[in-house]
Ligand binder design. Structure first.
Ligand code: DGY
Length: 331
């Protein structure tokens, strides 16, 4: 008998076909969003869950699903899952690192450029039929070339973002839990480790690339924004909750920083509506990893982790390797 698998959301059909070779799959190609109660009901009798970053798997779900043995998350971030509860319950959890690094770094640059040079704001203005003459001071933005790029969170994605700055003759500073190896700093355009305060004070363009955990909740709030330069831009491609959105909205409204580019929000997709009234923010719907090849690679990576686990192998991207896997009697 094949193990049973619940798909939290729709996925590429060929990935579903692949999973079907190894699992008895309950698909969700209608892409229905499961409430917590619906998820618990669907997971009864299921051995595994194929999750995405927007599907919360809190401790209450884990406690209510005694047969669940693995959660394969189709995302590098896994803050949607209560990892401690999963590990305590003997549930394997995997993610999809590496396959999205370069695509996400590309997108950080798309947001940075659009934000600094007011691309979407000026396009909306043009589309609204307001363009009747060229003006010497129309849509003046910030320069990117020659500027100082600050990166908070210098993991694989942060380093790839930094590397791209070589072509813009930028200076790179970063703040991270620990200093990178010298070879990694060289790779990252000779990035220089600085204190968080110096990063905030000095960066012309500040990019957030750190994973979310409760410890970094509102790492960028009113006090931190107050330390930034008035002409600075803030780019968040990491996770909602790292920035205090209410504080950011107030700062953008009062032009205490020049602009922000956001791909992630607190409580997304129900993000703060006051962002919509601001012209100095570029807003995208959590699409940093959304190139066609990368989303496909992420989907297959999540699937392969699940298949490996149920074929008796170590899933390549286990995020709780110390877990003692539960033994479940299949009936
Ligand atoms: C990730 O992989 O963590 C991306 O943000 C998509 O959720």
């Amino acid at each position: 008998m094949k193990p049973t698998l619940l798909m939290a959301r729709a996925v590429f059909p060929d990935v579903l076909d692949y999973l079907g070779q190894y699992f008895d799959v309950e698909a969700n190609q209608e892409d229905i969003l499961f409430s917590q109660d619906a998820l618990i009901a669907k997971l009864q009798g299921k051995d595994a869950l194929y999750a995405v970053s927007s599907q919360l798997v809190p401790a209450a779900v884990i406690a209510a699903c005694p047969r669940l043995q693995m959660i394969g998350n189709m995302a590098v971030g896994f803050n949607n899952i209560d990892l401690a509860a999963a590990t305590a319950a003997g549930i394997l959890v995997s993610n999809t690192p590496d396959v999205l690094t370069e695509t996400t770094a590309d997108f950080a640059w798309a947001l940075l450029m659009a934000t600094a040079r007011r691309v979407t704001e000026s396009e909306h203005w043009l589309r609204a039929g307001k363009w009747d003459r060229w003006c010497y001071d129309g849509f003046l933005g910030a320069d990117v070339h020659g500027a100082t790029l600050g990166i908070l969170g210098m993991g694989r994605i942060g380093q790839s973002i930094a590397r791209r700055s070589m072509g813009f003759d930028m200076r790179v500073i970063y703040h991270n839990r620990s200093r990178l190896a010298e070879s990694d700093e060289q790779y990252a355009n000779n990035a220089q480790l600085v204190s968080k305060e110096e990063l905030l004070r000095t960066a012309d363009h500040l990019v957030l690339a750190l994973p979310y955990s409760p410890a970094v909740h509102h790492t960028i709030g009113a006090a931190e924004i107050a330390q930034m330069q008035p002409g600075a831009t803030l780019i968040n491609i990491a996770r909602g909750g790292i920035v205090d959105d209410v504080a950011l909205i107030a700062a953008l409204r009062e032009h205490r920083i020049a602009a922000a580019g956001l791909d992630v929000y607190e409580n997304e997709p129900a993000f703060h509506p006051d962002f919509l009234a601001l012209s100095n923010v570029v807003l995208t719907p959590h699409i940093a990893s959304a190139s066609a090849p990368t989303r496909r690679a992420m989907a297959m990576c999540a699937a392969r982790n699940l298949v490996a686990a149920f074929s008796g192998e170590q899933p390549p991207n286990l995020v709780n390797p110390g877990v003692t896997r539960k033994v479940v009697a299949h009936g």
